[in-house]
Design a protein around this ligand. Structure first.
Ligand code: DCP
Ligand code: MG
Length: 446
């Protein structure tokens, strides 16, 4: 792989085609060292190491200045100090690295819930669905780098590509403090000159096997006949390497379990028993969830209903849809069916929660038949009006029937931007919402 001291740095500066590159790989620069330097700015520009100094201590992180002396992570500290006797060695404070890690991951999650943390300082993001709200992938990467810098004082590097593998290679080429976009059409031109060690899964042993076959670059591997490669490294690795070398990497960005959902729940001041009131709450929660799904540019495949009864017993029911959705009416229908399975007459309900799970980017691979088409159109229109007039303005009515919602939205669109009119509508809606006894509304999930 290229030297990790920044000397072969490659970054995108001008306009570039990022229309088919929704995957970002973000990796903090010299992470542990950079966090230390926030507290010790006088050490900036110097060779600094974080790691153990006792007998067999190893280097955890090295500043880019130290790397120019040939020092790298995982190297015994004794060797590092032979190569770079002037290095300043710091002990390390894992708790603060972990705090900064959480802070940057949170920034990523505000852009998209489709975040896959890989280690303490790196993550994949799938921004396919974030375009409408946050811009193109390169614009998003730029904005993330700005936010990380201004909110933490740390720098990161970002690779933007069509696949996870290419994005990860790109971020390492862009280090430190850079961004590299690899347009989808240039994937092979980017990969093929790289050394074979740039292929995922190629360690020293495999590298030697490949070198014996005369394969030096990723391009060489791409052209190698399958049977010869299989004999050298075994069938499983051979097929993976061939695919990677040809730019094929179908793995999705996989969110951690805890971030895999978007949900809302409400605890009532007094238990609900009236079925109409319970369903009204369910409708409202379904709408909250759908709005957040649409804002995040994702759809959910599973709808989960959570109930806590008056006696504190808590149950959940999940229902998996044929097609994932971001439509409140669909979420409500599923949650409502689950409610029907759980609740008999006279049940006392203390808490209701609705959430969507199994999230994926919306708009990917349009289904031939969209069961939610009509509702989706109405709800999107409502989003538009809400953006202008505020949340309370149309939501409850909009969920009644698509035709009605559309008419109401149309009349609001036509209304001049009249503050009195808007606030009257908001007041109506607020009054309608008074029926609920919610005292503790919380968001959970991603
Ligand atoms: N780390 C470690 N031991 C290793 C490798 C890494 O303790 N063998 C820790 C220290 C690093 C952090 O993990 O700061 C992140 O690892 P990276 O591989 O991302 O390395 P850096 O962030 O330090 O540098 P780079 O700018 O190359 O990403
Ligand atoms: Mg890093």
């Amino acid at each position: 792989m290229s030297k990790q001291d920044g000397s072969s740095r490659q970054v995108t500066t001008g306009p570039v085609d990022d229309s088919a590159t929704p995957i970002l790989h973000v990796d903090m620069d010299a992470f542990f060292v950079s966090v230390e330097l926030l507290r010790r700015p006088e050490l900036r520009g110097k060779p600094v190491l974080v790691g153990g100094t006792a007998g067999r201590g190893v280097v955890s992180a090295a500043s880019y200045e130290a790397r120019r002396y040939g020092v790298n992570s995982a190297m015994p500290m004794s060797v590092a100090l032979q190569r770079c006797p002037n290095a300043i060695v710091l002990r390390g404070d894992y708790a603060s690295y972990s705090r900064y890690s959480k802070q940057v991951m949170k920034i990523f999650e505000e852009v998209t819930p489709l975040v896959e943390p890989l280690s303490i300082d790196e993550a994949f993001l799938d921004v396919s669905g974030a375009r409408r709200l946050h811009g193109s992938p390169a614009e998003i990467a730029w904005a993330i780098r700005e936010r990380v810098r201004s909110e933490t004082g740390l720098t990161c590097s970002i690779g933007v590509a069509a696949t996870k593998y290419v994005a990860k290679v790109a971020s390492s080429r862009a280090k430190p403090d850079g961004m590299l976009v690899v347009p989808a059409a240039e994937t092979l031109a980017f990969l093929h000159p790289l050394p074979v060690s740039a292929l995922w899964g190629v360690g020293r042993v495999t590298e030697e096997s490949l070198t014996r076959l005369g394969l030096r670059t990723v391009g060489d591997v791409a052209e190698m006949p399958a049977d010869a490669l299989q004999r050298a490294v075994g069938p499983a690795l051979a097929s993976r390497l061939t695919r990677l070398a040809n730019g094929i990497d179908p793995r999705d960005v996989e969110t951690a379990r805890s971030e895999k959902s978007i949900g809302h729940e409400v605890t009532f001041g007094h238990d609900l028993t009236d079925p109409t009131q319970i369903r009204r709450e369910l409708l409202r929660l379904s709408d909250d969830v759908a709005v957040r799904l649409r804002r995040a540019g994702v759809v959910g495949r599973t709808v989960v209903l959570k109930l806590r009864y008056g006696d504190f017993r808590t149950v959940t029911r999940s229902r998996t849809l044929g097609e994932p959705t971001d439509v409140a009416r669909r979420i409500y229908d599923e949650a409502s069916a689950a409610l029907g399975e759980l609740v008999g007459d006279g049940a006392r309900i203390r808490l209701i929660g609705v959430r969507a799970e199994q999230l994926r980017p919306s708009g990917g691979g349009a289904a031939l038949w969209d069961p939610d088409e009509e509702w989706r159109g109405a709800e999107r229109a409502v989003d538009e009006v809400t953006a202008r007039f505020g949340r309370g303005a149309v939501r409850p009515a909009a969920l009644v029937r698509p035709g009605e919602a559309a008419a109401r939205v149309e009349s609001m669109r036509r209304r001049p931007l009249d503050a009195a009119g808007a606030s009257r509508d908001a007041a109506d809606a607020a009054e309608a919402a008074e029926g609920r006894a919610g005292v503790d509304r919380t968001q959970f999930g991603g």
